[in-house]
Every structure is written in C-alpha cells, then in structure tokens.
Design a protein around this ligand. Structure first.
Ligand code: PMM
Length: 312
C-alpha cells in the first residue's frame, strides 16, 4: 500500500493545523453514560461543550465527539439517541471555533455531523459497520479516520487471532484503503489507525506501537489511540496483579504519546490533554535536533499559538 507520503497530512483540515510541524493532539469528548474511562462525566450537552473547550485550553488541536461507547462488551445505542447526544455538542464546539471530529460507525450520524461543521469522521469500524459510510466520506470530502476493526464491542475480545499482528493489521487496513479508493474517496482524506485495544489482547498492542514506523511508512497519516486502555492498566498493575484504574493511566498515556510522535504519528487521541500536549512538543524538539524539523521558528510559532489562548 502506498499513500500520499511519509509526512502526509490530510488535505481538508484548516491550514493552521497543516502548518504545525508536530504530532497533533485530539481531545476526547465522550457524550456517553458508559464509556470505559470517563463514562457519564460529560453527558449533558453543556457539560460536554465546557469539557471540550477546557481541552482546547489545555492544548487540544482537535476534539473527538462520540455518542456511543466502544468499551468492551458495550451494547449498541439507538441511532436517534446517538444523534441527540452529539449534534448539539458539535454545533456549539464548532461555533466556538474548534476543529471537531465525529466518533461514529454510522453513516447517517457522520453525514449529520459534517452538516453541523465536523471536519473529521472518525470511524472505529473502518467502514465495516455501515455500507453507506464511504459514500458519505466521498460526497462530503471530510477527513476520514479508518481504524483497524474486526467486530463490534460485544464480540471484539474473541477476535484477537493474528499470525503477525502488525502485518495482519497493515494488510487489513490496506484492504480498507482499496475499498475507499473504489468508492471515490481521495487518498488525501484518509488517516489510518491500528485500533489499539480493539480485537487486541494486551500483548498484541505493544508490537503495533513498537513497529509503528512500518504503518507510518505505508504513507498515510497515522492516528494512535492508546489513552487509558486496558493494556496500560495491565502494564501498571498493582502487587496483586490488579489493573491500574483508567484514571491512573494518564502518565503512561503521555509516555505513549511521546513515543508515538517520535515514531511519526500524525495525531494522538487522548482523554487527558495537557500531558500529551507537552509530550508531542518534546518529541518535535527532540526530532528537530536530529534535523527532522529544520526550522526552530516552527516550534516557536506553535508555542505562540498555544500561549495566545486562542480557541480557534
Ligand atoms: N478508541 C476509542 C474510541 N474511539 N477512535 C480511534 N480512531 N482510535 C481509537 O483507538 C479509539 C477511537 C476507545 O474508546 P474511548 O473513547 O472510551 O477511549
């Protein structure tokens, strides 16, 4: 599979984001009563919008709004409920100048979200959950995150069967790219995501991170979503082997953000933004000193934008 190139950035995003010479930070705004790490905390539209704006203040470049939990074992939400949860939040965040992503596997939700101003369709099913999704992506021209996926949350834990997880995930993502192209979606719209924790047991996630450069080398921008996931809970387990709870996984998440950024990730998706906002800047400075980023001014410009308090 050959995408637009190793330093590719998806075309339809605001120029301000294209100008940044570092990995972007996507802050998670779950408008759900039951997400595994923050379920119920921002369930009213007002609370969700306030939380999103707070994440922007903390350094989020993008906000990912979701109305259906993908927590392992979760049941599906009715489409009307999903729409009612996300649309008012998207409208208000866009009105405040935020760049918004809709986290959905449903074409009708994606379409309605883009009509309300969302710039990115973040589909954890990579289009496999809804036959109409690629048509919406092609018609709207939105950025599309195709995540590696093998089945809905109620069955995904039984689908962790790989010969070589990195090779298999890359092959299955390449099949998604082929289907997207066949549907008329332009390569410049596409972002790929290895889908950490989705049909992946703890031990399957680490090779995907360690060998991230292989996915980056396929030429599409890569998004990494490690935030508060179970494999980090197991890594940080207590003396009796009990996993660290989700809220105790943020420092490890920031460490993954630094390493993923250094490995060439386009974006990291996180619940706690401040730590990862620092982490991606450390990675950019680190790489800059190696010559990957040649113009120190780019970092200074980025820092100005951050401290200027703009909410975009
Ligand atoms: N993980 C979750 C939800 N959406 N989207 C992408 N692209 N990648 C991910 O890894 C991902 C995602 C997990 O659910 P959460 O919102 O409760 O963290």
């Amino acid at each position: 599979m050959t995408g637009p190139g190793p330093s590719a950035r998806p075309a339809p995003l605001p120029p301000r984001l294209h100008a940044l010479r570092r990995t972007l930070v996507m802050g998670v705004v779950n408008v759900t009563p039951d997400s595994f790490s923050d379920g119920g905390r921002w369930f009213t539209p007002g609370a969700a919008v306030a939380h999103g704006l707070e994440l922007v203040e903390q350094g989020a470049d993008l906000l990912d709004v979701g109305g259906e939990s993908t927590r392992p074992g979760a049941r599906r939400v009715a489409v009307d409920d999903e729409l009612a949860r996300v649309l008012p939040v998207i409208e208000q965040l866009v009105a405040h100048g935020a760049t918004v992503s809709i986290d959905t596997t449903r074409a009708v939700v994606a379409q309605a979200a883009v009509e309300r101003g969302a710039s990115i369709i973040n589909d954890v099913s990579g289009g496999l959950a809804d036959d109409d999704m690629y048509g919406v992506v092609a018609r709207t021209g939105a950025v599309y995150v195709a995540m590696h996926w093998r089945g809905h949350a109620d069955v995904m834990d039984d689908l962790d069967d790989y010969d070589d997880v990195v090779t298999d995930v890359r092959r299955e993502l390449a099949a998604r790219v082929a289907a997207l192209r066949a549907a008329g979606v332009r390569d410049e719209q596409v972002v790929l995501d290895p889908g950490l924790g989705f049909a992946k047991a703890g031990s399957s996630n680490w090779p995907l991170l360690a060998r991230l450069p292989e996915l980056v080398a396929d030429g599409f921008p890569v998004l990494v979503g490690a935030s508060r996931k179970r494999f980090l809970g197991h890594l940080l387990a207590g003396p009796e082997g009990e996993p660290a709870p989700p809220l105790a996984r943020d420092r490890a998440t920031a460490a993954v953000s630094a390493l993923a950024a250094a490995a060439g990730a386009w974006c990291v998706r996180v619940h706690e933004v401040a730590g990862s906002a620092d982490a991606v800047r450390v990675a950019a400075a680190w790489q800059g000193a190696h010559g990957s980023v040649t113009d120190d001014d780019e970092l200074a410009v980025d820092e100005d934008a951050r401290t200027g308090g703009s909410t975009r």
